[in-house]
Design a protein around this ligand. Structure first.
Ligand code: HEC
Ligand code: HEC
Length: 296
């Protein structure tokens, strides 16, 4: 322990002298372009606003029943409800699309999409999502126009700075005592090994072992797409899956956690998650949870 402390004793601004967070964590910088209207050219503004329109339209789905925003709730930033059709399947949660332009590929939980555009084609054509075929998108300007517009809109949805960013830039009073404890515990427990950088993700997938996945996960025929699964004999067995490290930003209002939507409080999730990712030391999950919910 003391070794660790002395080794890292350089600086984290002036605020937390015993920890050098600059190796793995970084503050966000304020982005001046954060809505469609801030885009410089009128063509870009048009494309982005078109994307915004598409995103909220139920009529974007082939049977006019479902909009992108039904599953990717924009207002509650952490809202991730695979409601409606996806809820009936009950398998994966919908990732938070806020700030997706600040994250890097690959996209999707298993990292199968190499570009943001690629991850938008998927829901457009998926039978349980928008249910389109290339022909049915002709009347909206064609598939690639729809995808470009949606991608442009999503890239402009940027969250604000959190108190963590102010803290890292030298405002030592930006974090409460508990949040500061949480930040220390976050770093000392090794969370920032994967949840790193300004967006708290390494943008990589990691192989994790899961137990008791919902049956539906195995019934979807999704194994077809899942180059990531190793083997399973029956659903209750453990299974090893590659999962992309999600961002920890914008989780203030989230009620479910992780890829399969663990329901319960964040500190309980962190407790079992830290074991799942192989951190053996006990973690101060209460303080970490306050840091994540309130400061990011
Ligand atoms: C029925 C619910 C549902 C609808 C409707 C839906 N999505 Fe999704 N979306 C999901 C789920 C669940 C995932 C995660 C799937 C995965 O990782 O395999 C996802 C993943 C994504 C991702 C990848 C995010 C990341 O961080 O990797 C993007 C981008 C996305 N959706 C955009 C859209 C757009 C644009 C629309 C409308 C055209 C849309 N989605 C419609 C549920 C939905
Ligand atoms: C080996 C890389 C790794 C480490 C180390 C790690 N995580 Fe994660 N984290 C992940 C991955 C991958 C997921 C997605 C897990 C899943 O399938 O639900 C995740 C999910 C999460 C989530 C859920 C986010 C959401 O959107 O619901 C939280 C919160 C979280 N981690 C916090 C932590 C904390 C706190 C620590 C340290 C105690 C930590 N993580 C250590 C890789 C890591």
């Amino acid at each position: 322990m003391s070794m660790f402390w002395t080794q890292v004793e350089t600086s984290m601004g002036q605020c937390l002298p015993s920890i050098d967070a600059r190796q793995f964590l970084a503050a966000r910088t304020l982005d001046l372009v954060n809505s469609c209207y801030d885009l410089p050219s009128s063509e870009d503004r048009f494309l982005c606003l078109k994307g915004q329109e598409f995103f909220f339209q139920k009529t974007l789905s082939k049977d006019h029943s479902l909009s992108c925003s039904d599953c990717h709730q924009p207002s509650e930033d952490g809202g991730r409800i695979p409601i409606l059709k996806a809820r009936q399947h009950g398998w994966q949660t919908s990732p938070n699309l806020m700030d997706i332009g600040r994250r890097e590929r690959p996209f999707f939980w298993n990292g199968r999409a190499r570009t943001l555009e690629g991850s938008i084609f998927w829901p457009l054509y998926h039978k349980d999502e928008m249910g389109h075929s290339p022909e049915s998108l002709e009347s909206r300007g064609g598939a690639s126009f729809v995808v470009k517009a949606l991608a442009s809109f999503l890239r402009q949805r940027k969250g604000d700075l959190g108190s963590f960013d102010h803290y890292l830039s030298g405002d030592c009073f930006a974090l409460s005592t508990q949040q500061t404890e949480g930040l220390k515990a976050f770093i000392n427990s090794g969370c920032d090994y994967c949840h790193r950088g300004a967006e708290f993700t390494d943008n990589r997938t990691h192989k994790l072992v899961y137990y008791d996945l919902p049956n539906s996960y195995f019934q979807q025929g999704e194994a077809r797409y899942l180059a990531d699964y190793q083997r399973f004999s029956k659903p209750s067995d453990s299974i090893s899956l590659k999962t992309k490290t999600p961002t920890l930003r914008n989780l203030t209002h989230a009620k479910e956690w992780g890829r399969f939507g663990f329901r319960g409080n964040l500190s309980t999730y962190i407790h079992s998650h830290s074991q799942q990712v192989g951190l053996t030391r006990s973690v101060n999950s209460e303080a970490i949870s306050s840091f994540i919910r309130e400061a990011l």
